[in-house]
Ligand binder design. Structure first.
Ligand code: 0A1
Ligand code: ZN
Length: 852
C-alpha cells in the first residue's frame, strides 16, 4: 500500500506504488438521514494479470464508519479482524475478480470536521478532497483509482433536491414520506471528486451552447435566502465556458453542470465532477452585500472550479504529492481568464497576493517544495505555494516557450493524458516534447523550496559605449540554509533613456549562478526596468536611484514595472533612516504628483499606483517583527500626502461618484487619504450612511476604524444590527474588528462574548481567529496575551475541525522574527499546544515544523 506513514509520521513520495487492481464500477446506495445515514456499496475488484494470488488490497476507512458489514462474492465476512487502528480494511483476495459488498452507517450531524458527508444548515452534503471518501465508506481512497459511479439517493421528502455527479437517470417516490433519485456519471473518477447533496434548495438555471451546437444545462442551487445572490456566478460560469473553448479549445464534456452553495465548507469551493460545491463566500454576489473585490473573487473561483474539469478531473494527479499538477494549471488558467479585461491590473493583483502570502510562507518554517518529497499531512499542502507559486511555474513555461509553444505543450498534455492520473513530470515531458529547447533543469522549480534571489550590478564604459549587466542567482533552502541549484529564470527587461524613451526590450533566461550581459552602442547610462510583468517568482536586489525610479514611474508602459517602481521608491524612502520626515513626504509626494492627472485617464490603475505598499510587505522587509515604528512612520507619511494633495484628493473624490468599479477604486483611495485629516473625519461617516453598495460601506468602515473616528464604534454596531441576518456580512463585521490596528484585549473579550461568535462554521472561525492572527500591529503591541488567546481558540477549533485549525496557525510561523522576550513566550505557548497531546495530526505537523 502506498504512503503508509513511517515511524516519523511522515509519508514519502517515492514510496508510491501504482494500484494493482481496477474497479470499473461502484454502485452506491444512500439512505439519507442527518443523524444516521446508511451506505450500501457494491463493486467488483479486478486484480491485474501478472499479480500473484492471493493478493491483498487496502480499502480506506475511518473511525466515522459504524455498523459495518462485508460480503465477498455473496459470502458474509467478519469485518472487525480485518480493520486497522485507523479503520482501514485489508482484503486478501484469492480470485482475480471478486464482488465486494459493504454496508455501513455514518452520522452527518456528528461530522464537525466537514470532510465526508455532513450537515450544513439542514443541507446534507459532502466534501471529499483529498481523503474524505473514507469517512463515507470503505474504498481505495486514492486519486489514481478511477471508477464509474452509479449512485442512488433515498431521503425524506423534506430533502426535495437529491443530487450527485453526472446525469439523473431516474427519480421517483418510495412512499408518502420518502423519495429517491439515481445518478450516473459516465466519466470514471477518483473518490475525491465524488459528491452528493440533499436539501431544500432552490435553483436558477441557464444554458451554454457548445461549439458543436449541443447545450449544457447549467444550474446553481442555494437555500431560499441565498438564491437571489447567485446570478453573477451563473453569468460568470457561462463566460468561463466560452473562454476555455476559445483559448484552449476545451469544451464542457457534460450535459448537466450543477453548482451548489453551502454555508459550511472547509475550502472556497470544490470541483466535483458535474457537481461543484461552493462555500457561500465564493458564490454569493450582489452589490449590496459584496465588494467589487468579492465579485472578482466569485468570478475567479467559478472559473477555477470549471477549469478543473479538464485540469484536474479529466486529467488528475497520481498522488497528493503532485497536487500542484492540477492546482497550478487551474490557477494559471483562472488568472489568464481573469486577465482578459485589464491584464496589467490583474497581474499586479496576482503578484501582490503572491508576494504577500506565498513569499513569507516560502521563506519561513512552513516552506515546502511545490512538489514535496515528504509530508506530515496531505491537508497541509493546500497552500499558496502549491497554488500560486505553482501557477507562476506554469507561467514560466509560457514566458520561456512563448504563447504558441506553451499552447502546443498544453494541448499535447491534454491529448496524451486524458483519463489518467499523472505527475508534474508528465506535464514537463509534454512541454519538452513540443519544445525541445526547454531547459533540462526546469523541473528544479518543483523540487527546490524557497524564493530565488537575483542580485544585479551594472557597469557603464562610456569610452566603449558599453553597458554590462551582471546577474547572480541564489536560492537558499529556507530551513537548512543550504545553497541550492541554479534555476532557469526568465528576466524581461527594458532600457530607457532619461527622456523616457524605450531603447530596447528583451527577455533573457538566466540558467547559471552568475551571468553577465554586455550591451553595445549605448550612448548614456540607461534606466533599466527589470523583471517586467513579474517574469519570474523571485526577489530582485537592484538598488536604483530615486531619479531612475521616477523615470520608470512616469514612462514605463509595463503595468507591473510602473507600479513596482512606485513600490520601490516609497519603500526606499521609508527605510531611509537619516532623512527627516518632511523630506520623506516631499520625495514620495514629488514622485506621486504626476499620477493625479493620470488618475483621470486610468482611474483603476491609478488607484493601485497611488496606494502605498501594503503594511505586511513593508514589515516583511524588516529583519524582525519590531514593526510599530514603521507602521507609525507610514501613517505619518500618509497624513503628509493627504495634506499636500488634499485639493487633488477632494477633486477625485467628488469627480468619481459614478457607479463603476474603477470609480469606486480611485474614490476610496482618496477617502483613505482624506480620512487621515481631522477636518475630513465626517466624510467616511457620510459615505457609510449614503452608500448603496458594500464596496463603499467597507471602505468607509476601514477608514473609520483605522483613524479611530469617535463614531466608529456606533457605526460598527449599526452595521451589525443592519446585517446580522447575513452570515457573510457578520463575518465581515468580525474581520473588520479583528483587523483593526487599535485592537485591544478588551475588544477581544467583547468578540469572544459576542452572540454571533462561533467556531463551528469555518468562515466565522477564519473571520475571527484568522483576522486577529493576521493583525501584526495588534500582535506586536499586545504581545503574549494575544498569542495566547489565538492559541486557545485554535485548539478549540482543532477539536471541531482540524483542517481549519491547522490553517490558522500562520501567526506562529513568524516566531523566529519576534524580538525577545516575546519570542520565548510565544515559543512556550506553541510548545504547550504541541505538548497538550490532544491536538490533531494536522495541527501538530504544522507546529512541529514551526517549533523545530
Ligand atoms: N480543490 C479545491 C479546493 C480544496 C482545498 C482543500 C481541500 O481539502 C483540504 C479540498 C478542496 C480547489 O482547488 O478549488
Ligand atoms: Zn483548485
Amino acid at each position: 500500500m502506498p504512503f503508509t506513514p513511517r515511524s516519523d509520521q511522515q509519508i514519502y513520495r517515492l514510496d508510491y506504488l501504482a494500484p494493482t487492481f481496477t474497479i470499473p464500477l461502484l454502485e452506491l446506495h444512500f439512505t439519507l438521514d442527518p443523524e444516521v445515514s446508511r451506505v450500501r456499496s457494491q463493486f467488483k475488484v479486478i486484480i491485474e494479470e501478472g499479480i500473484e494470488l492471493p493478493h491483498s488490497i487496502k480499502l480506506h476507512g475511518s473511525k466515522a464508519l459504524f455498523d459495518l458489514q462485508l460480503k465477498i462474492d455473496g459470502e458474509r465476512v467478519e469485518v472487525a479482524p480485518l480493520l486497522d487502528e485507523a479503520g482501514n480494511l485489508t482484503l486478501t483476495l484469492g480470485e482475480r475478480e471478486q464482488l465486494i459488498e459493504i454496508e455501513n452507517s455514518i452520522s452527518p450531524a456528528a461530522n464537525s470536521a466537514l470532510s465526508g458527508l455532513y450537515l450544513s444548515r439542514g443541507i446534507i452534503c459532502s466534501d471529499c478532497e483529498p481523503q474524505g471518501f473514507r469517512n463515507i465508506t470503505l474504498f481505495p481512497d486514492r486519486p489514481d483509482v478511477m471508477t464509474q459511479y452509479r449512485v442512488t439517493l433515498e431521503a425524506n421528502r423534506c430533502y426535495p433536491i437529491l443530487l450527485s455527479n453526472g446525469n439523473l437517470v431516474e427519480e421517483g417516490s418510495i412512499d408518502e414520506e420518502r423519495h429517491y433519485a439515481i445518478w450516473e456519471d459516465p466519466f470514471p473518477k477518483p473518490t475525491y471528486l465524488f459528491a452528493i447533496v440533499a436539501g431544500d434548495l432552490q435553483f436558477i438555471e441557464d444554458q451554454h451552447i457548445r461549439p458543436d451546437g449541443r447545450p449544457v444545462q447549467l444550474r446553481i442551487y442555494a437555500s431560499k435566502e441565498n438564491i437571489g445572490a447567485c446570478d453573477f456566478a451563473l453569468a460568470s460560469l457561462k463566460k468561463a465556458m466560452r473562454w476555455d473553448e476559445k483559448r484552449f479549445g476545451l469544451a464542457c464534456d457534460l450535459d448537466f453542470y450543477n453548482v451548489v452553495a453551502v454555508d459550511d465548507f472547509n475550502s472556497g469551493a470544490m470541483e466535483n465532477k458535474g457537481l461543484n460545491l461552493f462555500n457561500t463566500s465564493c458564490i454569493l454576489a450582489t452589490k449590496a452585500q459584496a465588494t467589487d473585490q468579492n465579485f472578482r473573487f466569485v468570478e475567479a473561483v467559478i472559473a477555477h472550479e470549471y477549469f478543473h474539469n479538464w485540469t484536474g478531473n479529466r486529467i488528475t494527479c497520481q498522488d497528493w504529492f503532485n497536487l500542484s499538477l492540477k492546482e497550478s494549471l487551474t490557477v494559471f488558467r483562472e488568472q489568464e481568464f481573469m486577465s482578459e479585461v485589464a491584464p496589467g491590473i490583474r497581474r499586479i493583483e496576482d503578484v501582490n497576493f503572491l508576494r504577500l502570502h506565498q513569499f513569507p510562507e516560502d521563506q519561513g518554517p512552513l516552506s515546502h517544495a511545490v512538489r514535496p518529497d515528504k509530508l506530515g499531512s496531505i491537508e497541509n499542502i493546500y497552500t499558496t505555494t502549491t497554488y500560486e507559486k505553482g501557477a507562476e511555474i506554469i507561467r514560466l513555461y509560457q514566458t520561456i516557450l512563448g504563447r504558441e509553444g506553451f499552447d502546443r505543450g498544453f494541448a499535447r498534455y491534454i491529448k496524451e493524458f486524458d483519463g489518467m492520473a499523472v505527475t508534474v513530470d508528465d506535464l514537463y515531458a509534454s512541454m519538452k516534447m513540443e519544445n525541445p529547447r526547454l531547459f533540462e533543469n526546469f523541473p528544479l522549480w518543483y523540487s527546490q523550496r524557497g524564493t530565488p534571489k537575483i542580485q544585479v550590478a551594472t557597469e557603464y564604459y562610456p569610452d566603449k559605449r558599453e553597458m554590462r549587466l551582471s546577474l547572480k542567482q541564489f536560492l537558499f533552502d529556507p530551513v537548512t540554509n543550504e545553497l541550492q541549484e541554479p534555476l532557469p529564470i526568465p528576466i524581461k527587461y527594458a532600457f530607457f533613456n532619461r527622456e523616457g524613451e524605450m531603447l530596447l526590450e528583451e527577455t533573457y533566461t538566466l540558467t547559471m549562478a552568475h551571468q553577465c550581459l554586455i550591451f553595445h552602442n549605448i550612448d548614456e547610462v540607461p534606466v533599466i526596468s527589470l523583471l517586467r510583468d513579474f517574469s519570474a517568482p523571485v526577489t530582485v536586489d537592484y538598488p536604483q536611484s530615486i531619479d531612475d525610479l521616477k523615470i520608470l514611474i512616469q514612462y514605463e508602459s509595463d503595468y507591473f514595472a510602473k507600479w513596482e517602481a512606485v513600490q520601490k521608491l516609497v519603500t526606499r524612502v521609508l527605510f531611509n533612516r537619516v532623512l527627516p520626515r518632511e523630506e520623506q513626504i516631499e520625495i514620495i509626494g514629488d514622485a506621486l504628483a504626476p499620477l493625479f492627472e493620470y488618475a483621470y485617464q486610468a482611474p483603476e490603475f491609478a488607484a493601485l499606483l497611488l496606494t502605498l505598499p501594503d503594511n505586511d510587505q513593508l514589515f516583511d522587509r524588516l529583519e524582525n517583527e519590531e514593526i510599530l515604528p514603521l507602521y507609525q512612520l507610514k501613517r505619518e507619511v500618509e497624513v503628509g500626502l493627504a495634506k499636500r494633495f488634499s485639493t487633488q484628493w477632494k477633486a477625485l473624490y467628488t469627480h468619481y461618484q459614478e457607479d463603476s468599479v474603477a470609480a469606486r477604486a480611485i474614490k476610496n483611495v482618496a477617502l483613505r487619504y482624506l480620512s487621515h485629516l481631522p477636518d475630513e473625519a465626517e466624510l467616511a461617516v457620510i459615505q457609510y450612511a449614503q452608500a448603496d453598495n458594500m464596496t463603499d460601506i467597507n471602505a468607509a468602515l476601514i477608514a473609520l476604524l483605522t483613524n479611530q473616528n469617535p463614531q466608529a464604534e456606533t457605526i460598527m454596531q449599526n452595521f451589525y444590527q443592519r446585517y446580522q441576518e447575513d452570515a457573510l456580512l457578520v463575518d465581515r463585521y468580525f474581520a473588520l474588528l479583528g483587523g483593526t490596528p487599535h485592537l485591544t484585549m478588551d475588544d477581544v473579550a467583547m468578540i469572544s462574548a459576542h452572540p454571533a461568535f462561533d467556531l463551528k462554521n469555518p468562515n466565522r472561525a477564519r473571520a475571527i481567529v484568522g483576522s486577529i492572527g493576521r493583525n501584526r500591529i495588534a500582535l506586536a503591541r499586545i504581545g503574549a496575551p494575544l498569542y495566547r488567546w489565538i492559541a486557545t481558540e485554535i485548539v478549540k477549533v482543532d477539536k471541531i475541525n482540524a483542517v481549519t485549525a491547522a490553517r490558522l496557525i500562520t501567526p506562529f510561523a513568524k516566531l523566529a522574527r519576534l524580538p525577545e522576550p516575546l519570542q520565548d513566550e510565544v515559543r512556550a505557548i506553541g510548545q504547550e499546544m504541541l505538548d497538550s497531546q490532544e491536538i490533531s495530526h494536522n495541527l501538530s505537523d504544522q507546529l512541529k515544523r514551526i517549533l523545530l
